[in-house]
Design a protein around this ligand. Structure first.
Ligand code: HEM
Length: 195
């Protein structure tokens, strides 16, 4: 049983690492903004193709952390009521639902709308009204990526204290640090990694 638990823990943590995509997506879109016009050239096709083809892998990773996380709870002899009696596990579960909801919105509504707008443009230059609509939706997608990044890092930090909770003050300090790092990723190309 210990071996199974060890393997599940490794899968859980490796999957958590692979969920860092929103951070790298923010790096890519911030670099695109630096490049400037024209909108709708091959750079945009390349970037949009990468971004839209990451949503299915993201669903797979979310499903994997859910299954391995719940299995770890059950294999340690606890029932699903641990999601209520252990607030850290409950919070991890709820936050995963939040990012699954956000990803569903991006996949089913926001990204198809951006694709439609690019399809309407046909040739360059992109008409100003369509460019404005693309900009609004891209900004929304970027904000959602930042929320996902903040949530994934917070859930990882909570995972470390799943069985031995940190003092509340330390958790609050770490959440603030994650918030500051997420803000840097949102507003810069983080040339020095952490800043
Ligand atoms: C965004 C999703 C998630 C991420 C990024 C994540 C990440 C992590 C990380 C980094 C650890 C630390 C492991 C260690 O210190 O050994 C951990 C532990 C843990 N996570 Fe998650 N997790 C996620 C979702 C979940 C969910 C949905 C559950 C189930 C409710 C869950 C249950 C657990 C459990 C039980 C542990 C303790 C492992 C053990 O030592 O038995 N996780 N998680």
């Amino acid at each position: 049983m210990e071996t199974v638990i060890s393997i599940l823990k490794v899968i859980h943590i490796v999957t958590a690492i692979l969920m860092a995509w929103p951070f790298y997506a923010l790096v890519a879109v911030n670099q695109r903004a630096r490049l400037g016009p024209p909108l709708g050239d091959r750079v945009d096709t390349y970037m949009e193709n990468i971004i839209k083809n990451r949503t299915i892998p993201c669903f797979v990773f979310q499903g994997t952390v859910l299954v391995t996380g719940l299995s770890l709870v059950l294999l340690r002899g606890l029932g699903l009521d641990a999601l209520v009696t252990n607030p850290i596990l409950g919070l991890k579960f709820l936050l995963l639902l939040v990012i699954a909801g956000l990803l569903t919105y991006v996949h089913t509504s926001l990204q198809p709308r951006i694709d439609d707008l690019f399809a309407q443009t046909g040739s360059n230059p992109v008409p100003q009204e369509i460019a404005k609509q693309i900009g609004v939706r891209r900004l929304r997608r970027k904000r959602i990526a930042s929320i996902c990044m903040f949530v994934v890092l917070t859930v990882a930090m909570l995972g470390v204290q799943a069985w031995a909770p940190f003092p509340l003050w330390l958790t609050v300090v770490l959440v603030i640090a994650i918030g500051v790092f997420t803000w840097r990723a949102y507003s810069s190309v983080t040339p020095y990694g952490w800043a």
